[in-house]
Structure formats: C-alpha cells, structure tokens
Design a protein around this ligand. Sequence first.
Ligand SMILES: [Cu+2]
Length: 406
Amino acid sequence: MTYQTDEKPQSAGRRNILRGTALAGAAALTGSMLSAATVTRAPVAPPRINMPGANMLRVQQQQIDQAAPVDLSGLERVKQKMVRPPFAPKHEQIAQGGPKIIEVELVVDERLMVVDEDTGASIWAMTYNGSVPGPLIIVHQDDYIELTLKSLGRNQLEHNIDFHAATGALGGGALTHIYPGEETVLRFKATKPGCFTYHCAPGGAMIPYHVCHGMNGAVMVLPRDGLKDKDGNALPYDEIAYIGEQDYYLPRNADGTYKTYSNAGDDYAESLEAMRTLTPSHVVFNGSVGALTGTQALHSKVGHTVLMIHNQSNRDSRPHLIGGHGDYVWETGFAEPPLTGVETWFVRGGTAMAAMYKFEQPGVYAYVNHNLIEAAILGATAHFVVDGEWNNDLMEQIVPARQSEA
Ligand SMILES: [Cu+2]
C-alpha cells in the first residue's frame, strides 16, 4: 500500500449547519495551535489495572508455543488496499471461490488534528493510517485477515490492535504490541459475519486514552453469499458510507479555551481527568466537526441503496437519518435477519453495525446521533446530498408559510 505520512491533517470543511450559533460566544483560537516552547514529556507509564497478570500471559504464551501448525499454503492471497473513510475498499459483495487470505496494512500515526475549526480545538490523535476512524476492512466469512501493523518511527507511544471480529488472545491485542519503529504481523480467521469494531488496547487506562484519541475502526465480515433479508432475498448495495463516531474529552484552560500540547502523550494526565467525567467535549463523525458536511458531505441519488456502517468503540449511540429510514438494520451481526423499517437504530458502545436505505426523495438528509445535543452542539452530524426528482406523492408543501388569520 502507499501510506503517505505527509498528508494534511484532517480538518472540518465548514460548520455543521445543525449547530447554528451555539458556539458563537466561544473564544476562537486562531493562528498556531502549538506552543512554540518545547515541552519535556513526562514519562507515560500505563497503569497496570485491569491487565492480565504476568503469569496469565506466560500460560497463554505456552499455549501458543505448543499449538499445532496450520497449513494455509493452498489459499489464494489478496491484498486489500486501505482507503480513507468514509470510503470502502474495493470488494465483492458475494464471495468468488473459497476462503482467501486478505492482506491488509495499518500504519500507526500519531498526528495533530483539528477537532473544531471554530474553537481551535485540536488533539494529538492516535490513528491507524492517519484517519479517525481507521480504515474499513471488508472480507467474507471464513476468510483470513493477515494484518501488518507498523508504527512510525516518530511516534511516542506503544500501540496494538484488538479486533472484535477475531477469536482469542484479547482479539489479537496480546500479540500485536509494538513500539515506534516496529512492525508485527497477525493472522486471524473471520468466523462470525457482521460489522465489528477494532481498537488499540495497550493496557489499563491507556486503553480508553487511545480509543478516545481516535484509535479505532471497523471490519465488515460479509456472509459469503452476500446480505439477505429474512426470506433469503439478496440485498445488494450501491455504495457504502463508513461513519466512525468519536467521543473526545479535550482538556480546557480556565477561560474555557481548549489546551494545546506539543507531543502525542503530553495530554495524558489532563485527558484522564476529563475522561473521568464521562462527559465528552465533542462527539463527531469521522474525526472532526463537519468532516461529513458541506463540501465533504456524502453523496447519493434517488434509487440508490446505501449501506451505512457506523462504528462506536467506546460509547452507545443512536443514529437517525432525518427524512429517511433504516430499511434493513443489522445491529448485532449478519447471522440474524435484519430489523426492517427502523426509525432510529442502536449502536452498542464497542460495536460497529450496518443500516441499509434506498433513497426515495432528493435533497439533503442529516444523519445524526439522535441525542440531539450531541448532534447539534457536540458535532455528531453528517449530511447526505441526494440527486433525483422530487416525488409529490411522498411529500408536498400544500401552503407555503403565510400570515395566519388566527
Ligand atoms: Cu494505541
């Protein structure tokens, strides 16, 4: 793959229209967001709470060392090129042939990102391939995912990856710890069909710290014969919208402005203090306020079916497509028939899930977290701009606004 480290940081295109003037009174920071002074980093040692003990890990390592070898030499290998969200990698909806080994590469990149242009809020994000969320991986049930995980030499912290689609060894988290400048390769079999989150999980409080700095993404494991309704009819889609919802807990100064830091990891103590409130400063889609609105809105057309994949690695959410519906919704994987005709669906924190909708009317649709405080004030809004012909049978304005006699 061609991972570029010199891409511009992600930033919001323009204001999210649902937010109105909510932040008009907030102090706007302009110019450099970085302090010019070089700050000496305090050592960041992960607390060892909630970690498996050394003895437990030794036993697991013995089990792994004694395992019988497996021969997968007969399987076809396919490289899957990762692409930036909200886009999906090239894939077949119905598997051709038998199970394959799908090779993917994720590069850990700690980078300064703008969270909200209006306030200057920023974060030293911890990313897979430079984006929040990390790239979407798509395979079919019983395929193998062979991941090369690399960490850029200029990074500061230890990272790994826990795949909820995987079986054993903390989702691979126990086998993928790497330091800056290192790489590791993990293979796992995708035995369960559905959408699954993945996230960094280096241990203890570092787990939520990394996840709340953007280090999460999704894998979609399609049934080999594609998506189906409850009667077994095929449910193909025309496009995928991959939406990663991210809750940030950004430390503030006494005057309410957001703090800035010189290096990844420098915000550790203050971030943990903010995270303990369980009250996010921002809840955004795809890394920043407005990342999927305005010039960066999602596009579709009447008659097109979109599969919306929603990832939330840390917190519950409740997406709603304003003016549309979830024709088919898979909240808990593809093994069960989908819910149908859903108004607002549910994303269990620590989950990726999928909702399918065929657009019937043109115009602008807001895709929101229907905790509307989170949508309109904290940032969780995306827009679909849909081309096509208006259908007066579905909706017609009979009387435009006029002076009432009442
Ligand atoms: Cu990490």
